[in-house]
Write a protein that binds this ligand. Sequence first.
Ligand code: 5AD
Ligand code: SF4
Length: 464
Amino acid sequence: MSERDRQLEYMEKAKGYVAKFAEELGRRPTCCVTTFGCQMNARDSEKLVGILKTIGYEIIEEENADFVIYNTCTVRDNANQKVYGRLGVLNGYKKKNPRMKIALCGCMMQEPTVIEKIRTSYGFVDLIFGTHNIFKFAELLVAVFEDQGMVIDIWKDTDQIVEDLPVERKYPFKSGINIMFGCNNFCSYCIVPYVRGRERSRDPRDIIREIEGLVADGVVEIMLLGQNVNSYGKNLDEPITFATLLQEVEKIEGLKRIRFMTSHPKDLSDELIDVMKHSTKICRHLHLPLQSGSTKILTAMNRRYTKEQYMELVQKIRREIPDIAITTDIIVGFPGETMEDVEETLDVIRKVKYDNAFTFIYSKRTGTPAAVMENQVSEEDVKRGFDKVLKLVQETAKEQVSRYQGQIVEVLVEEVDESDSSMVTGRMSNNTLVHFPGGRELVGQLFKVSLDECHGFYYIGHKV
Ligand code: 5AD
Ligand code: SF4
């Protein structure tokens, strides 16, 4: 029997338990899936929701539910602290509703110290699993329904990719889609390779089939997801490049927009730039993490490019695709970083002029090479550098975003504004947000919109 069929059997079994629970409660049991972290986790959560819905739960947003699952992130320590803090609140809910079940999964659970801490100090948790066995969720749920104790199932790694399990998309018109899992880069600050395992690419035929299915189901925009999409396909039995995959995806009829995340500068090929340049569907947006502008720090980070190589790459991209928006990630306070190094980062920001940049304070992750580097930067110096970087990023982004003022662009409407129901929010191809008058019926459709007023990071416009 295939793994997929096994899991479908477990879903049937779980359905029985949930139905019985519903009978006892006199209503459908509720569940809440809370997601921390990146787009990968968001996609994983859609898989969790797909299974929970299939077996009979009603999905709600409140955490005071019959079943709560946290899909965690551990890329920086503040994400971990948030989980511990909120677990205390969940414990309060569980005291009032003793039949409540609490589950934890995601990157944080791949750390042995975390498991130990939960086992000893958070005994009210019912289920823990990691990033490699999420396809087993139905089976693990059955174990929870049949057992009384804490169920823990963590795998160190896997080469298994289980296709075609239920997925419940957050948005009907757009979807993330995994093209690869894991990362082999081992940037010295990063915990991802340890918690997400080695790089594995999905078969391109499975990817295309999944996207075709999504498009038939109303999806117009997809985001191809991987920690390092530029090395997609290198280790397949029949190797293929990411650029070739994009060309195949482009051919899918009915699909309107293609995005992807994340690109490593060291692997971004001329072939990819060329494919993007000639594409009508690939969005005019490239997320190109810089991390630092100092070659000395980049070397210590094991990024495998220099400041100059990064700048050359950006220039090439801008030359070939002038209307592209480039966004980035920057870390301030990596061990050994001096004010001169921060100046190098500021220099890159000034020259590249990012449309948006996510700035992070370096967070020491146990088990990574950087954690044991000696020259950790003082909190005070980090703060000084961070404020400088943030200020410049905001100034340059404002300038970049404002260059579209007065233009008419295509916008995909994503939702009705929370604060004003006479307005909708959508995204330009380059990922900039646009608000304009309209109602719920516009959601999921593309419109030509005039960009009337630039408000820093977003536009107010009107449909033309
Ligand atoms: N400390 C701070 N930021 C980090 N990132 C990854 N690891 C760390 C860390 N230890 C940032 C990088 C990456 C983004 C997803 O998170 O900038 O691109
Ligand atoms: Fe982490 Fe580097 Fe891999 Fe990105 S490329 S996930 S920063 S190790």
